[in-house]
Design a protein around this ligand. Structure first.
Ligand SMILES: *Cc1c(COP(=O)(O)O)cnc(C)c1O
Length: 375
């Protein structure tokens, strides 16, 4: 559905690391990757880390999230957004999405804040997610956050390269996080980053990510630390991947346009399939192409019939993320909203979206779709 796609220079950087024996721990590629990523994002400071999950965890620590606190989190996301809240002994408060971007609904966000504050607890942070590469309604979200003076951690794990009016996802909140996991738009095999304009925060993140070692010749610690730093080998892969990022975005957007013309044709023939459109000034990297197919409007064809048809041909296609408030593990967490993300989960599916899909891959994909829809 979204497999790694290496360019021509990753191996060169990795070999360089081997030849200089900068295999571990940190080294020049880590510094280079942080600088190059910062330049691309137009962000002041970046810390390269072992995963996106680690980046969210450190962001929460930097904001002082502690046992008994509450953190507002978009319900429609991958579990890695919410898990670190629990690592800190805090409680996630989940909020529904709005239909335009499928991301956290800013009106509901404010209602939730008002309600939690009335109950006697002011949430410590807000985590909106730019799901599938589509930016969340950041200007409204930031306005609400500023009104109640609560910091925003942007989960841009799926949205590297996406932006609103040129302002990149991951650089709009107090802290932003990125992921370079194997299925993301670029990958280091596994990795992540924390982004901020606040130098002190990023310096502290680097310190905490390397076991919180005090400056002393012996090992001395005044804080609990973590082993969350990115290695020099992994950063070398990242430097190579950054060079092809723009190509990968073009390829993913072209996948989306290809599917869109196909489904537009089906809709003219009486089907009713929906997809995410970019609101004005929004730019999505189109990480995954996703569609909504309501069987009651589409001749009984459901997202599951589509998935099974693909599975028969050994092609992977998956339901959209199952909302966090429906997950057994978050059964007791508060949820604010209606059924927007529940409906998206019920009828939504991610189509094969890799930037390395070939013409013959697309022939196979569209022949499955033809079989399902042109019966
Ligand atoms: C992938 C992902 C993460 C976690 O990133 P890892 O690098 O896999 O730890 C967090 N949030 C979202 C929305 C993701 O898709």
């Amino acid at each position: 559905m979204s497999s790694p796609h290496m360019g021509s220079e990753e191996l060169k950087y990795v070999l360089e690391a081997f030849e200089s024996n900068w295999v571990a721990p940190l080294g020049p590629h880590v510094d280079g990757f942080e600088l190059e990523l910062g330049k691309y994002l137009e962000a002041k400071h970046v810390a390269a880390l072992s995963s996106g999950t680690a980046a969210i965890h450190l962001a929460l620590i930097l904001l002082g999230v502690s046992p008994g606190d509450e953190v507002i989190c978009q319900s429609f996301t991958f579990s890695a957004t919410a898990n670190p809240i629990v690592y800190q002994g805090a409680t996630p408060v989940f909020v529904d999405s709005e239909p335009k971007t499928w991301n956290i609904n800013p009106v509901l966000l404010e209602e939730t804040l008002v309600n939690r504050i009335k109950k006697g607890k002011k949430p410590k942070a807000i985590i909106p997610v730019h799901l599938y590469g589509m930016p969340a309604q950041m200007s409204q979200i930031l306005e609400v956050a500023a009104k109640y003076d609560i910091p925003v951690i942007e989960d841009a794990a799926e949205a590297l390269g996406s932006h609103i009016k040129g302002k990149k996802c991951g650089t709009m909140g107090q802290l932003g996080i990125l992921s370079f996991n194997g299925n993301k738009i670029i990958t280091t095999s596994g990795g992540g980053a924390l982004v901020s304009d606040d130098e002190g925060m990023i310096k502290k993140a680097r310190y905490l990510a390397t076991q919180a070692r005090d400056p002393a010749p012996h090992y001395q610690h005044s804080h609990i630390g973590y082993n969350y730093r990115m290695s020099n080998i992994v950063a070398g892969i990242g430097r190579g991947q950054l060079k092809v990022l723009e190509d990968r975005i073009l390829a993913r957007r072209s996948n989306f346009n290809r599917y869109k013309s196909y489904f537009e044709k089906l809709n003219r023939q009486g089907y009713s399939i929906e997809w995410l459109c970019e609101p004005e000034d929004f730019f999505s990297n189109r990480w995954l192409t996703t569609i909504i197919i309501d069987p009651s409007l589409n001749d009984g064809i459901s997202r599951e019939s589509l998935r099974l048809a693909f599975e028969k041909e050994n092609i992977e296609c998956r339901p959209l993320w199952k909302p966090m408030h429906l997950q057994p593990v978050f059964h007791d967490a508060p949820y604010y909203g209606g059924q927007v993300c529940e409906k998206l989960f019920e009828n939504g599916v991610c189509l094969p979206s890799g930037s390395n899909l070939t013409e013959s891959d697309f022939e196979r994909i569209f022949s499955v779709l033809d079989k399902v829809f042109l019966r």
